[in-house]
Design a protein around this ligand. Structure first.
Ligand code: HGY
Ligand code: MN
Ligand code: MN
Length: 427
């Protein structure tokens, strides 16, 4: 097999991935972790997560890749040979854990397309100048354990492994114990492979590409994320006998906070977003004024200063509501990631690859968090998006057309060849 040089690559035809293999694996992985009602949930460290991981590792082994698993359960499929083993790898990847009642593409598409790219290049006899690695990072979703992107955060040294393993889940479980239990507390050195470049292919999970008729998103930045858990303590009392002016109603205070966020953002004219995604009342009885409300607030904005202003406005409102409603409010920070800018060279390579494939692309910001947000701390990083039907995600209706799945995977393939096989002059 000849080693590819920059010149020889430019004359070679564009490769294309194996559509049936990729779409078949996405469907097969999408069936792992469904409950009797057919809902798909593979939360990090769960038995369903294990089943999905086992299937993915099986595909890595069948593809003849080295498999490495680190102590936070990040899985790496490594394609290298004696001629390129000393070079820093090109890393591709995403995650295969899901939210609750999830779609089948979020994360999984990027991981399986990365494996597909490696298998396509191997099958074509391409010998890259550097190793190519596919990564499936642990707990990207952060539904059971906060923060999200936990595996990639540990990978880049953003959180000590001991602290990560000690994370307590929403169900009282301990992440490290769960990883042990499911057999994914690995022994590979965290951060074992420092990427030469990292490229993550992902569904857009929003409406822009479909609405504007673009096949490819060349993602050049990703917005900041702020997660908090708010606990409001009031006084349980009788729903029928307690006059409205005499209540210390934790539930009402919580409702006011959700409404405040919506109205504050509407008035600010900023692209910020706010979500109260979980809410629990105690004692949770129809005729008892809630003594306690516990809920989470997810705030996001592409601009760090605006995000801080929004966080401060919320903090001020909590003080005001506590005084007006006669309740006590405490806040626990669950996650805080700044906006990140991606590598312009890779973004340009994505645009060039899209053009070479005759695909319309546009630059965009990612509204969702991704492992790329973490890896960007240690390596040149960028993302490729493909359209989401109706902009829906984190929902079983999540869908991307096979033609779009293939287009994205072929652009990823071409970008990898540019970076790993054509003497890429990036950073
Ligand atoms: O929350 C997010 O944006 C990602 O899905 N973890
Ligand atoms: Mn994702
Ligand atoms: Mn997600």
């Amino acid at each position: 097999m000849t080693r590819n040089t920059h010149e020889s690559r430019t004359q070679m035809p564009l490769h294309s991935i194996d559509v049936a293999r990729l779409t078949g694996r996405i469907r097969e992985l999408g069936e792992i972790g469904r409950d009797p009602q057919g809902q798909l949930t593979r939360l990090a460290g769960s038995d369903n997560d294990k089943a999905g991981r086992d299937r993915f590792v099986g595909w890595l082994e069948t593809a003849g890749l080295e498999v490495a698993i680190d102590p936070i359960g990040n899985i790496f499929g490594i394609w290298r040979d004696e001629g390129n083993a000393d070079a820093a790898p090109v890393m591709l990847g995403s995650h295969i854990d899901t939210v609750i009642n999830a779609g089948i593409y979020d994360g999984c598409y990027g991981v399986l397309a990365a494996l597909e790219v490696i298998e396509t290049l191997k099958g074509r006899g391409v010998v890259p100048d550097r190793p190519v690695v596919v990564a499936a990072f642990t707990n990207e979703e952060g539904v059971r354990y906060a923060p999200d992107m936990l595996g990639s955060l540990v990978y880049v040294g953003g959180l000590p492994i001991e602290a990560a393993l000690a994370t307590i889940g929403t169900d009282g479980s301990v992440l490290g114990e769960e990883l042990e239990r499911i057999g994914y507390a690995g022994d590979a050195e965290p951060g074992l492979l420092r990427p030469h470049a990292y490229v993550e292919l992902h569904i857009e999970q929003g409406p822009v590409l479909e609405r504007e008729g673009f096949a490819i998103g060349a993602v050049e930045n990703l917005q900041g994320i702020s997660w908090q858990r708010v606990t409001i303590d009031g006084v349980a009392n009788h729903a029928g006998t307690t006059p409205m002016a005499m209540r210390n109603d934790a539930g009402l205070a919580a409702a006011r906070i959700g409404l405040f966020l919506r109205e504050h953002i509407a008035l600010s004219n900023a692209p910020s977003v706010a979500t109260v995604g979980t809410m629990r009342f105690e004692p949770d009885a129809i005729n008892v004024i809630p003594s306690r409300a516990t809920f989470t607030v997810d705030l996001r904005d592409p601009d760090e200063d605006r995000l801080q202003v929004l966080e401060a406005a919320l903090a001020d409102f909590l003080v005001r509501v506590a005084a007006e409603e006669g309740v006590e409010i405490s806040v626990e920070r669950l996650a805080r990631f700044q906006p990140v800018g991606f590598d312009q060279c890779i973004v340009e390579a994505i645009e060039a690859s899209a053009k070479a494939h005759g695909l319309k692309s546009r630059r965009m910001t990612s509204g969702a968090g991704h492992d790329a947000q973490m890896i960007a701390r240690i390596a040149p990083t960028a993302m490729i998006f493909v359209p989401s039907r109706d902009g829906i995600s984190h929902n079983p209706r999540e869908h991307t057309e096979p033609a779009d799945l293939v287009a994205g995977a072929n652009v990823l393939l071409d970008v990898v060849e540019r970076i790993a096989c054509r003497g890429w002059k990036g950073n």
